[in-house]
Design a protein around this ligand. Sequence first.
Ligand code: CO
Length: 190
Amino acid sequence: MKIENYELKGESMPIITYPNPVLSAKAAPVTGFDSQLEKLVQNMLFTMYHAPGIGLAAPQVGLSQRVFVLDIDYDREVVTNSSGKDEVRMSNFSPMVLINPIITGTSGSMTYEEGCLSVPGVYEEVKRFKSIHVKYQNMKGEFLELEADDLLSICIQHENDHLDGIVFIERLSNLKKNFYKKKILKDKKK
Ligand code: CO
């Protein structure tokens, strides 16, 4: 599940924001497990780390494909370098990539304050499953499974929702959902 010997490299991709229709579309399964996919994953990780975020799904960079990356525990610090400028240093990467994931088991529930790179500025508590079992493919196309709890479980459920065209504000109460939808549309017009 984890990418071994990860090195931070690639290019930042523009992050698509709500309500772009690509974020509401059901993404198509990944079929080509080739160098193009490898490149995409590398660029998605690079984009996620620099955003910064803990998860990023392909629809968020405009590609309607069933793949997402995540890393829930890397270190990030802002340090002042020798020329007096602030510099972001990141280390201890534990990147993961899940391709064509299917959540096959769930248990318990928990709420966690979520945010999303595609919905900047919105942080709200969402209720999700505490534990999940997931089947997925890695970059070689091999079939794997994993158990996830707590933050990892929340993050996988949030990213997996993106593959089904669901942005986390859709999981809020009607009152909050409508409030944010109106607010976002109003802010975009400014
Ligand atoms: Co998101």
